[in-house]
Design a protein around this ligand. Sequence first.
Ligand code: 6PG
Length: 250
Amino acid sequence: MNQESRQVYADADALAKAAGLDLLRLANEAIAARDIFTLALSGGSTPKKLYSLLATDPAFVDFPWDKTHLFFGDERHVPPTDKESNYLMVSQSLLSNGSVPAKHLHRVPAEMSDAGAAAAEYETDMRAFFPSDLLTDGFPRFDAILLGMGPDGHTASLFPGSKGLEENSRWVVANWVEKFKTDRITFTFPVLNAARNILLLVAGADKTEMLHEVLVDKQGTHPVERVRPVDGAKVWMLDQAAAAKLPTSS
Ligand code: 6PG
């Protein structure tokens, strides 16, 4: 069973707070059911507010970090000290208050010179972590995966025209992104679509056109349109700027 919903918030701050409260609810539900909460983080700029709120807002002082394990849905092919690193962004926001046990943050070894080897090592680490009862059809079934969307319709590091779009067996791949002339390391669609919950956080006027193509035109041509949880919930969490061209009734 899968369901798709959409929520529109006044601005990026309201979106971040709502996403934090959703994650808190999902974490408590997962821990009540399975004594663990597995969460894959997205990168880029949109989730920074969310991550900082989770670390500093009193609403999240009791977030169950002791039973939460964090992974990265994608990472740039750079060392963890590089300003492009999603790990660096997370360590400066979410990890800033020291509540997340170091062993609970599963970092992509993106400093490795060979991006393919880094992806393979991350997949090996994930396979060692996920017991069979947390797999579905051979893929890790995350309790929640955070995703964003680029103006070009990419999500994670699954960019238009990239080979990673077609990967159906690996969990994690190195994916050459022609427009950036660089590799990225990314979850594949089977991993994204195995999740119990997918939260797509999309904010800003630069996403307005693409969001209309994805949610209204629905041609199915953009990578983010392949995010279709097999048995899970997918929620679009938007700010008004990004949602400006969406019909209000839908
Ligand atoms: C990354 C992200 C990427 C991001 C989108 C949107 O590593 O950059 O995982 O998929 O979610 O590019 O990025 P913004 O939030 O910066 O618009």
